[in-house]
Design a protein around this ligand. Structure first.
Ligand code: 28G
Length: 650
């Protein structure tokens, strides 16, 4: 009798499994379709996906603590103190919500009534995808005084739901081990997870998120992230160490209800004394780097409010003194966060918020509350206005300076600078420019290159510190002007990609501290004034070799210590006692033209590192430390981080 019951149960269980298996098999067949990539980025997305579910539970109002642990063996455990995923069998499906969440693709929908279903960077592919891509996953639910457990292997149920004990707590614990069959690399990076958790803690004021690394030797990796002030503290964090135009972070926020749908919007902002704008926006805790309606609403209202304040108090007198959007955003740090029930993500990479009513909502909030704030804080108001009006004047001055530079450098005439040895090819997509630091390296590069498609631009000495300079100074700078003219695409407001003369811009500098310095200065310049070059992947770093190995007449070069050892072993394979001479390349300048061509410039043999700046805020912080006014801390920082700077794209 007991046997019969068990059999029936198993059969039913098998039958319901078939469909589920098909669902999750699809994920294992084409993981990239569900998590974007199976690189380390995808590996980290698994954690974010699970944490997002816990954050959803906090947005629903039932959870205020999330603990993330990296366990030995790169196992991830996430615990929340929410209601616990429901475990009772649902009538329609014959399964528990718990099983559905982990075995049905796109399971989820709105949690509870009136909450926002937050979908992470992957837009809600959810826990089932994590399950499918895990060697094993186990979930414990503390609910109604009991602890329920369920286990899976590669998405298949290995232990159906059962009670394993009693508890006084409530909440959900998910532990999983990413499947090495699915990922290139299954080693987690504490910093990456920590950064993301900090962002989530900023965006969800009042939620405590702890991050702990229990792997051997990682004892120092532990932090508890809690920000009562939410995005106010986020702005203060980004601006920390910068000179401020005003002390207080300005906070504006509110919510709106229409058709039973509730939309929440908040903005925090503070001006610093630098010249670039830093606006970072989110929709449902997902970054929207392409902007969208929330950003549009903010920008529109900011410009309008500052102009009307200026007019009202006689600061802006004439119409031609009217502040532009760029003027009022100079030096601004802003976080915009909106939460809505059905976000529409648009644009090429689905990173732009499309819901038009959000523009009106944000614009109304900013118009009303910022006007009031300025009235109540006249000192801050005057400081912001003064900054924007100065920006306005500087822009006029820059325009004039540009005219002068055009005449001086022949920007218009098409005449190229003396420091450029141009190539013969005219099609930009086939052309490369090497920016070479130092006299002798440039000399070797000029002789060693393939002049059909490779141009060489020599640069000398210390460059202008662009972090501290306005556009007019940049144009007038004698180091940067030749670079601007050679690239042909203009800078800042005038940037025009169609005029770019080379589609590979290759920075060639030594792998030492000075090389790191020049590389960072150039990247700062590109980042601030020619940002699309980086966004489009046109900027590279040359990778010069570190060692030369010689055995008799045979010579090889190595780009790392590991490669040196491997090549050395290979060279003496047939004769272990033979002498392999290993010498270190001290710098690019010491290579003869032929060597430089073979090791660093020949497209058939060289390796190039593409420069990507994924996270504008992170980059901003790196640059700020590097470019700060105090020379000593900067030098120390470069020395400590030279490795990192050399490998900025890693
Ligand atoms: C620890 C790591 C990740 C979660 C909950 C709580 C509920 C839930 C999660 O429900 C199924 C579908 C729509 C209601 C909801 C509990 C309502 C009542 C929940 C998590 C049922 C999902 N009681 N906590 N899912 N919904 N935490 N943490 O995943 O109708 S997921």
């Amino acid at each position: 009798m007991a046997d019969t019951v068990k059999n029936t149960a198993t059969q039913e269980y098998d039958a319901s499994q078939i469909q589920v298996l098909e669902g999750l098999e699809a994920v294992r067949k084409r993981p990239g379709m569900y998590i974007g990539t199976t690189s380390t980025t995808g590996l980290h997305h698994l954690v974010y996906e699970i944490v997002d579910n816990a954050i959803d539970e906090s947005l629903a109002g039932y959870c205020d603590r999330v603990d993330v642990v990296i366990e030995p063996g790169n196992i991830i455990s996430v615990t929340d103190n929410g209601r616990g995923i429901p475990v009772d069998i649902q009538e329609q499906t014959g399964k528990s919500a718990l099983e559905v969440v982990f075995t049905v693709l796109h399971a989820g929908g709105k949690f509870g009534g009136g909450g926002y279903k937050v979908s992470g960077g992957l837009h809600g592919v959810g826990a089932s995808v994590v399950n499918a891509l895990s060697e094993w996953l186990e979930v414990n639910v503390h609910r109604d005084g009991k602890i329920y457990a369920m286990k899976f292997e590669r998405g298949n149920i290995s232990e159906p739901i059962h009670v394993i004990g009693r508890t006084k707590k409530r909440g959900t614990v998910v532990r999983f081990k990413p499947d090495p069959e699915m990922f290139d690399d299954t080693v987690y990076d504490y910093e990456t997870i920590h950064d993301r958790m900090r962002q989530q803690a900023f965006l969800n004021a009042g939620v405590t998120i702890s991050v702990t690394d229990l792997r051997e030797g990682m004892e120092d990796n532990t932090d508890v992230l809690y920000y009562d002030g939410g995005i106010r503290e986020y702005v203060a964090y980004i601006n920390s160490g910068k000179k401020l135009v005003h002390e207080d972070v300005i906070y504006l926020g509110g919510e709106e209800e229409a058709d039973g749908h509730i939309t929440f919007a908040e903005v925090a902002l503070q001006y610093n004394e630098e010249y670039h704008e830093n606006i970072v926006s989110f929709a449902n805790d997902v970054k929207t780097p392409e902007g969208g309606m929330h950003e549009e609403g903010f920008k529109r209202a900011l410009t309008a409010v500052l102009n009307s304040y200026g007019k009202k108090y006689g600061l802006i007198k004439k119409d031609e003194d009217k502040l532009s959007g760029e003027d009022v955003r100079e030096g601004i740090t802003t976080i915009i966060s909106v939460k809505l029930e059905e976000p529409q993500f648009e644009g090429q990479t689905k990173q732009k918020l499309g819901n038009a009513y959000v523009r009106t909502l944000v614009s109304n909030i900013v118009t009303d509350q910022l006007s009031t704030y300025l009235e109540e804080h006249p000192v801050t108001a005057k400081a912001i206005l003064a900054k924007a009006m100065l920006a306005n004047q500087a822009r006029l001055a820059a325009r004039k300076a540009r005219e002068t530079v055009r005449r001086k450098t022949g920007l218009e005439s098409g005449q190229m600078p003396d420091k450029l040895q141009d190539c013969n090819e005219r099609d930009p997509s086939l052309c490369e420019i090497y920016i070479v630091e130092g006299d002798s390296a440039a000399g070797s590069a000029i002789q060693g290159r393939d002049s059909r498609f490779q141009a060489i631009l020599a640069m000398w000495g210390k460059m202008l510190n662009v972090e501290k300079a306005r556009a007019d100074k940049v144009y007038d700078n004698d180091k940067l002007a030749p670079l601007i003219v050679a690239l042909g695409c203009g800078i800042g407001e005038e940037f025009n990609m169609d005029k770019l003369r080379y589609h590979k811009i290759i920075i060639m500098a030594d792998a030492d501290v000075d090389g790191a310095h020049i590389r960072t200065l150039l990247l700062t310049f590109f980042f601030r004034y020619m940002r699309p070059l980086i966004d489009n992947g046109y900027v590279y770093s040359a990778v010069p070799p570190l060692y030369k190995l010689t055995r008799g007449k045979k010579q090889k070069v190595a780009y790392s210590d590991e490669q040196r050892d491997a090549i050395s072993a290979e060279m003496r394979e047939d004769n272990p006692n033979v002498k392999v001479d290993i010498s270190r390349f001290k710098g690019l300048g010491e290579m003869d033209p032929h060597e430089l061509w073979e090791t660093t410039m020949d497209p058939e043999q060289r390796s190039l590192r593409r420069i990507t700046l994924k996270d504008a805020i992170a980059a901003d912080r790196v640059f700020s430390v590097l470019m700060g006014e105090d020379v000593d801390p900067r030098r120390e920082w470069i020395e400590e981080n030279a490795k990192y700077v050399v490998n900025l794209d890693i």
